[in-house]
Design a protein around this ligand. Structure first.
Ligand SMILES: [Zn+2]
Length: 163
C-alpha cells in the first residue's frame, strides 16, 4: 500500500470506529498494513496513513505483530518525557515530542475481544503516536510552536528537493 505523506488531507481526518466481527475486510487490511510497515521499514502504522479511514493500528516492537481496533488511551502518567520522533508520513525529519511515560490503552483484537495494554517508554510513545493518527494529529502538531515552524520548513524544503 502507498503511504500518504503530509500534507495529504486524509491524514487530517478523524478515522471511523470499526466493528471487527462485522468487517470482512479487516484481516486483509491488517495483513497489507503490516506488509507496508515492514517494507518501509517502520515500527508502527495507522490505517489513515494508507488512506483507510478506520481506527486500526499495527505495530511491531521486535515482539511480534500487534493489531488493534479502536485503541484509546484510558489513563496516562503525569510524568512525561521529550524524545525525538519520526513518522513515515512526515519522512526525512524528526521532531521533539513530549509524551507520557506510561499509558493504559483499551482496544479490540481482530476477533472483537477486549484488549488492555499497559505500556511504558517507547511502547507508550508508539501507542500515543499511532492513536494520534486516528484523530488526524501528526508529530508536527505536537511540536512546540518554534520547533514546529523550523521542522515544517525543513520538511517542505526536503520535499521540494526530492520532487
Ligand atoms: Zn506516524
Amino acid at each position: 500500500m502507498k503511504i500518504l505523506t503530509h500534507p495529504s488531507p486524509v491524514l487530517k481526518l478523524n478515522a471511523h470506529v470499526v466493528e471487527p466481527t462485522q468487517d470482512s475486510e479487516l484481516r486483509s487490511l491488517v495483513r497489507r498494513m503490516a506488509q507496508t510497515m515492514y517494507d518501509a521499514p517502520g515500527i508502527g502504522l495507522a490505517a489513515p496513513q494508507v488512506g483507510v479511514q478506520k481506527r486500526v493500528i499495527v505495530y511491531d516492537l521486535d515482539d511480534g505483530l500487534v493489531a488493534l481496533c479502536n485503541p484509546r488511551i484510558v489513563s496516562r502518567s503525569d510524568e512525561t518525557e521529550i524524545v525525538d520522533e519520526a513518522c513515515l508520513s512526515v519522512p526525512g525529519i524528526v521532531v521533539d515530542v513530549e509524551r507520557s511515560l506510561e499509558v493504559t490503552c483499551e482496544a479490540l483484537d481482530l476477533d472483537g475481544g477486549p484488549v488492555e495494554i499497559t505500556a511504558q517508554g517507547l511502547h507508550a510513545r508508539l501507542l500515543l503516536h499511532e492513536i494520534d493518527h486516528l484523530d488526524g494529529v501528526l508529530i508536527l502538531d505536537r511540536a512546540a510552536p518554534e520547533e514546529r515552524k523550523i521542522a515544517t520548513r525543513r520538511y517542505m524544503e526536503a520535499r521540494e528537493e526530492s520532487a
